[in-house]
Design a protein around this ligand. Structure first.
Ligand SMILES: *Cc1c(COP(=O)(O)O)cnc(C)c1O
Length: 389
């Protein structure tokens, strides 16, 4: 390790108060988290009913500016139900980036829909609208008002952009594509709570969208997720089928379809209410962290800290280092940082390379494959006011 890298290791450790091991992302807790969860336990209402779920849903709606929020057990379940209520059906194809967490594809698969992988842009790390339109013109055809994949004869029903590491994709051209080709927009906003596109919160553009509150996300409910929608009817339906499709009655067990037990338990929502109060401070702290990383890597030739696109205000959930030229090898940097107690990670393997999705339709994935080898995520927990003491 040369002296430049010794200095980098030393400074990253300093940011995290010289802990032996610096994790990629850990949750930040304080007294209010303990207070709300304790209050929930004392009330006896820890499970499927209670005031914290209603409260959490209301406060999230206020924060995001989206009309309705339905809290569920995790982000994958949220995505599953968002796709379902938005209208994705068995045998439909669903456009999504190849560069995303596997849950995006899994959620479509639960509905017997088929993921259709498309390429991303270097500017946003998310779906590339220009490449997508060219690709649609190459393989698609409008039949009876629906976009059909000429090669498979299946309807392409929806597009699922994902806001990678919290950085919003360029939504306007995607929204235009959706209206031109009659596609349903569903945002995988699992990573982008607190991120805004042209002043409006991500997840508020899709017919329905999904958030995640897993332990490694910007704020946590232990495990949890939420469906966002501006459509009251879809929200009511999402609430209904995530509550085992039970028809309200004082004592009868009547369920009017095969629903899901996907409700968020009250105890998780209690933690969510406390975390949400601190979300803006987590984001402020992450923006400071980005600036520190920028300074740190300023002098290092051909390494760049990824920043938000001009149209976006990002939550900077995961800090991202881009290797701009071949001077460095990704795995050598990963090895060096991890050997020194700094948890750094590559981005996900493109989904078309996983055995379960190897047979799915896909476009040219040149940028996906390029980006895949030049991204490193650095420790990203909010260092200020966190548990990192
Ligand atoms: C975390 C995540 C999910 C799934 O959320 P869980 O709560 O872990 O089920 C979905 N999509 C993306 C892009 C994610 O990062």
């Amino acid at each position: 390790m040369n002296s430049q890298w010794s200095q980098i290791v030393k400074e990253i450790k300093e940011i995290y108060k010289n802990k032996d091991f610096v994790p990629l992302h850990e949750p930040t807790f304080s007294e209010t988290d303990i207070e709300y969860v304790t209050d929930c336990i004392r009330s006896g209402w820890v499970s499927s009913v209670g005031k914290y779920v209603d409260d959490f849903e209301k406060k999230l709606a206020e924060y995001t500016g989206v009309k309705r929020v339905v809290a569920v057990v995790n982000g994958t379940a949220a995505l599953h139900i968002a796709l379902k209520v938005a209208g994705v059906q068995a045998n439909d194809e669903v456009f999504m980036p190849a560069l995303t967490f596997v849950a995006t594809a899994n959620a479509a698969t639960y509905l017997q829909a088929i993921p259709h992988f498309v390429d991303v842009s270097e500017e946003t790390l998310g779906l590339d609208p220009v490449k997508l339109e060219n690709y649609i013109q190459e393989i698609g055809e409008m039949r009876n008002g629906q976009l059909v994949n000429k090669k498979t004869n299946r309807v392409i029903r929806a597009v699922v952009p994902m806001h990678t590491f919290g950085h919003p994709v360029d939504l306007d051209p995607l929204i235009e594509l959706c209206s031109k080709y009659h596609l349903i927009l569903v945002e995988d906003a699992a990573e982008s709570l607190g991120s805004f596109y042209k002043g409006k919160h991500t997840g508020g553009f899709g017919v329905a969208s999904a958030l995640s509150f897993n332990g490694n996300k910007i704020m946590t409910t232990g495990g949890g997720g939420a469906i966002l929608t501006n459509n009251e009817k879809l929200a009511d339906y999402a609430k209904h089928i995530t509550t085992t499709a039970k028809v309200p009655h004082r004592w009868e067990y009547v369920h009017d379809e095969a629903g899901y037990n996907y409700r968020m338990p009250n105890i998780n929502a209690a933690l969510g209410c406390a975390q949400l109060e601190k979300l803006d401070s987590f984001i402020a702290s992450k923006r400071q962290l980005t600036n520190r990383y920028k300074k740190l890597f300023e002098q290092v030739e051909s390494l760049k800290v990824f920043s938000e696109p001009i149209f976006a205000k990002s939550n900077f959930w995961l800090q991202t280092l881009i290797i701009e030229r071949k001077k460095y090898n990704r795995d050598e940097i990963l090895e060096m940082l991890n050997n020194n107690g700094i948890m750094a990670r590559p981005i996900w393997k493109p989904l078309d390379q996983l055995v379960s999705y190897a047979d799915c339709p896909k476009s040219d994935l040149t940028t996906t494959n390029k980006i895949n080898n030049i991204i490193i995520n650095l420790p990203s927990s909010p260092p200020i006011g966190g548990t990192s003491s």
